[in-house]
Design a binder for this molecule. Structure first.
Ligand code: UDP
Length: 372
């Protein structure tokens, strides 16, 4: 016999969990969540390292940041933020620079002492002519910062991260990264409100999903389970959209990452939560040191570091590759998704979008308005 539910939600990341929370509490409807992994929270999942007791983000450092008061207010029902302010450094030829590229990076790299109003002229002398309409990531970056800074800080890192020549990547990826002529070292442009949840990310999801109308089933694959359910309202699908349609137009490309953990017998290994490695000689893209994400907690004698490598793994998609080929393919899937009237597609994987957490939460809240 089939099990009845009002909503069947596939995946317990932010999109699925926000909707589960809203649907159960506001609409008073039953929600069943099917989660393929053995934990909730999607890629935001955090937990404690056994040896050191340090909390870390299993799928790479996640910093909540937003300019949206509405998103912050929503999240504040489940957590307080700890005041952590994200700053990134990058290592090039064994020297450490600030990232994103700012006045400190430019001055240190070129051995000059420019003032903010001098940066534009200084860089424009380096930018080759004819790049008014940059067609790819490389052209876009060179048109903004010139070839030297590009070669030092962008080219190698991007090639490692995407495992592609930056000439074959869309310019839009680099738009995420600000270029600054001041000493502002904030990593995010939209970082009016930022921080890490005081009790970590997983605690938020536990609170969101703690409701008598929500049932969570871990280690359950939707495609094997779906025939067991009768869904009275809608299915909310947050898995890869191409998988949903059995790859009928072909497979979308995703980039995945893998992590290597090491415990170091020092209190502080690198002095910051994320250190990028700009050169190809370092096989990893960055090293995370999660204890720095919680400066409010008591420090431990040892520290945990996590090396991040780019990786091809269809089973663990992280980043959509928004080049022309994939964008076109996604357009076809999105068209087909529109015809599935009883299914709502959302989240990074369900919409093949390079979203940050706050965008996913905002998207889920907007979709909820349409449901109710
Ligand atoms: N990027 C780079 N060097 C860096 C950091 C970022 O070239 O030190 C480029 C790279 O192409 C990357 C993009 O900027 O894909 C966006 O970086 P972001 O940190 O936003 O990526 P995420 O944290 O989402 O992996």
């Amino acid at each position: 016999m089939k099990k009845e539910t009002d909503y069947l939600i596939v995946g317990s990341g932010f999109f699925g969990s926000v909707l589960a929370e809203r649907i159960s509490r506001v609409l008073n409807k039953r929600v069943t969540i099917l989660e393929k992994r053995n934990h909730i929270g999607g890629n935001c999942y955090s937990h404690r390292d056994e040896e050191t007791g340090i909390e870390y983000h299993k799928y790479g450092t996640h910093i909540f940041h937003t300019n949206s008061k509405e998103v912050l207010q929503y999240l504040s029902q489940f957590t307080e933020l700890n005041g952590y302010y994200h700053q990134v450094l990058t290592t090039h030829k064994n020297r450490v620079y600030q990232m994103p590229i700012n006045l400190e990076t430019i001055n240190a790299f070129f051995g000059v002492n420019l003032r903010p109003f001098e940066v534009k002229d200084f860089l424009s002398q380096k930018i080759p002519k004819g790049l008014d309409n940059p067609k790819n990531l490389e052209e876009k970056a060179i048109s903004q910062i010139g070839p030297e800074l590009y070669n030092a800080f962008i080219k190698g890192y991007t090639a490692k991260q995407w495992q592609k020549d930056p000439k074959d990547l869309p310019a839009s990826i680099i738009n995420r990264l600000p270029i600054r002529s001041s000493y502002n070292e904030s990593y995010f442009n939209n970082g009016r409100y930022q921080g890490i949840p005081l009790e970590g990310f997983t605690a938020i999801f536990e609170k969101m999903l703690d409701h008598e109308l929500i049932e969570v089933h871990l280690e359950k694959d939707y495609f094997q389970e779906r025939d067991n359910y009768e869904v009275l309202e809608k299915t909310i699908y947050t898995g890869p959209i191409d998988r949903y349609f059995e790859y009928c137009f072909g497979k979308l490309d995703w980039r995945s990452v893998r992590f290597e953990h090491e415990v170091k017998d020092v209190e502080d290994y690198q002095g910051t939560s994320v250190m990028n490695y700009a050169d190809l000689e370092a096989p990893y893209t960055r090293i995370h040191e999660p204890k720095h994400l919680h400066p409010e907690r008591k420090s431990t004698q040892k520290t945990l570091i996590i090396k991040e490598y780019s990786h091809d793994d269809e089973q663990a998609p992280y980043y959509p590759i928004n080049d022309e080929k994939n964008k076109e393919l996604y357009r076809q899937y999105a068209q087909k998704a529109k015809q599935e009237k009883d299914v709502l597609f959302g989240g990074r994987l369900g919409t093949y979008s390079y979203y940050d957490m706050d965008q996913v939460i905002a998207q889920a809240l907007t979709q909820f308005q349409k449901l109710s």
